[in-house]
Ligand binder design. Sequence first.
Ligand SMILES: C[S@@+](CC[C@H](N)C(=O)[O-])C[C@H]1O[C@@H](n2cnc3c(N)ncnc32)[C@H](O)[C@@H]1O
Length: 463
Amino acid sequence: MALSCTLNRYLLLMAQEHLEFRLPEIKSLLSLFGGQFASSQETYGKSPFWILSIPSEDIARNLMKRTVCAKSIFELWGHGQSPEELYSSLKNYPVEKMVPFLHSDSTYKIKIHTFNKTLTQEEKIKRIDALEFLPFEGKVNLKKPQHVFSVLEDYGLDPNCIPENPHNIYFGRWIADGQRELIESYSVKKRHFIGNTSMDAGLSFIMANHGKVKENDIVFDPFVGTGGLLIACAHFGAYVYGTDIDYNTVHGLGKATRKNQKWRGPDENIRANLRQYGLEKYYLDVLVSDASKPSWRKGTYFDAIITDPPYGIRESTRRTGSQKEIPKGIEKWEKCPESHVPVSLSYHLSDMFLDLLNFAAETLVLGGRLVYWLPVYTPEYTEEMVPWHPCLELVSNCEQKLSSHTSRRLITMEKVKKFENRDQYSHLLSDHFLPYQGHNSFREKYFSGVTKRIAKEEKSTQE
Ligand SMILES: C[S@@+](CC[C@H](N)C(=O)[O-])C[C@H]1O[C@@H](n2cnc3c(N)ncnc32)[C@H](O)[C@@H]1O
């Protein structure tokens, strides 16, 4: 009770993209900056308007320095389901909280923001005039005001059924915008070194936020590719390190991914990518190494492991091995004379995720986070398939659809227990182990045409 008295109400205006990823992002960032997310607030669904109760404006500002899922935050002065309700709510807002922003020496501007409806200029002016009862004493300045106030009207989510009157109306003092512009400024289209699986900039920042990556952290990506995830983590001030099994990718050699270029040019590598964004000082190193055989001494090195393992669709799932490791008749391997060059074996997705969880459990600091993508065949997906580990607690599990029958799920786990040797075998005793092996067939199903066939069947039944 005492806590709720000290909380202030803020309005978050969320972006209408990657809807499932928004709540875990905001929760993770609030926990990073000392604000809590009350469980009663978890009913936002798809709406772009979220009311947050948090202790201070500082927390709100810190949140906005990181979020790519929220557009803006406002100190909420009033809220109602009709103009009358809004005005009476505003009349109840303590004047002493308004006065510092409305006094005669100040300049201000009022903006009207609508969701799912466009208003005429005349309608907007009417709404501004209706607020005359507020004790504004400063001067209007449309170009460079000290304070910006907004009326935000919510006309629901259905573009085919726009109501005459808004469902909700909010009035607040604008505090800060989020980091949506990073999606453009870090766009893969303008990046120096890319590959055909380079992670989209927006999702990379979301992953870093789910991972609670912060200044001076050490972040590791065991399937680093062109380092898209390292870039996002370095932007938030973390020192970054990665490995990849592919020599050409790590050394920036081989065929280029860009259309008009045949071969990768000199200096097309992850370090140069970081340099492009002024982040080179955060580069620790990248090595050619097989994630199934980590070469680390025992210890807890990483604050976060943020990664996008291969699904075998646009890149292969391989691991190094020797022919002796393969039971005859079970696996096919590339014929290769006995030499120091490791033979490359196929790497089952289920084994890859078990290795990843064990590695994270061993090498993360307590409280450190593992964030990774899990590909799933949606008709067969159940929550039990999400890999489990006694040292890692599931924080969030969000779906991104890839096709009508496949998706990938962004899994975030937090290390909650120190790793002991026996923990690496716990999955064998777990109920998760069997359904989880279904992942081995993800690639087969993706390519088998089964998804295309089902989509065709669905289309013909709709016709
Ligand atoms: C989905 S891509 C990662 C893309 C990366 N996030 C980016 O932004 O470019 C997966 C990467 O895992 C690598 N890989 C496959 N098997 C591996 C293994 N056993 N150990 C380490 N890396 C592996 C592939 O070479 C590929 O570069």
